[in-house]
Design a protein around this ligand. Structure first.
Ligand code: SF4
Length: 99
């Protein structure tokens, strides 16, 4: 969930090992590790106001994949595998480009 919206849904193992949404990816990268030295990457920006949320993706101001479409129309939760759903235009574009 990000800003009150489901952005990704999948089995726990998939979320931790194959996160698709940029927010999920950022959350996984921000998990402290005790088994090795890694530089933690904080997630930039802040959650938007839910009193006046933006019309498009609520993660747009924090996202490195953002495009104009993201700011206009909220991305729908889309099935990307039998048990995996993602609400992200950038993921769809990257998946489609990879063939
Ligand atoms: S829909 Fe756009 S802004 Fe939102 S997470 Fe995906 S790429 Fe980023």
């Amino acid at each position: 969930m990000h800003a009150g919206q489901v952005v990704e849904s999948a089995p726990v193992r998939t979320l931790f090992h194959q996160p698709a949404h940029p927010y999920t990816r950022a959350l996984v990268r921000s998990i402290p590790r005790v088994d090795r030295t890694v530089t933690m990457e904080p997630i930039p920006g802040a959650v938007p106001s839910l009193l006046d949320p933006p019309p498009g993706c609520r993660y747009a101001e924090r996202c490195g994949w953002v495009s104009e479409r993201c700011r206009i129309v909220r991305p729908p939760l889309t099935r990307v595998a039998a048990d995996h759903e993602v609400a992200c235009y950038g993921f769809e574009e990257r998946r489609d480009a990879a063939g």
